[in-house]
Write a protein that binds this ligand. Structure first.
Ligand code: FES
Length: 110
């Protein structure tokens, strides 16, 4: 059973589970305001469920690739849309800043 590290928590889910559904069911704050109110509810069109993922997940499909190619996203950032991702192994999930989760958090001062 895959384990997901997110926001200082560790969750378990079934292999193949939809990442967005798992995070929302567990009360994880997947959306940054105001996207927690205004989002596409998993259709893969709004882009606000974007997260950084380390671990084994399903490959990117055309819908996800298309949305992540449009501003404010950039495919080169390597983010994924949680609503389009199936969990296939242990993950570390990080939510970035900004309404779309597209802004990399500043590194802490050295
Ligand atoms: S919820 Fe809109 S793209 Fe994922």
């Amino acid at each position: 059973m895959p384990q997901i590290q997110v926001q200082d928590r560790t969750l378990s889910c079934a292999e193949g589970a939809n990442l967005r559904q798992v995070l929302l069911q567990e009360g994880v704050q997947l959306y940054n305001p105001p996207a927690h109110i205004v989002n596409c509810h998993g259709l893969g069109t709004c882009g606000t469920c974007a997260v950084q993922i380390e671990g084994e997940v399903s490959p990117m499909g055309w819908r996800e690739r298309t949305r992540l190619s449009l501003p404010p996203h950039q495919l080169s950032k390597g983010l994924r849309l949680a609503c389009q991702v199936q969990v296939f192994g242990d993950l570390k999930v990080t939510k970035w800043l900004g309404m779309w989760g597209e802004k990399l958090p500043a590194a802490p001062p050295a």
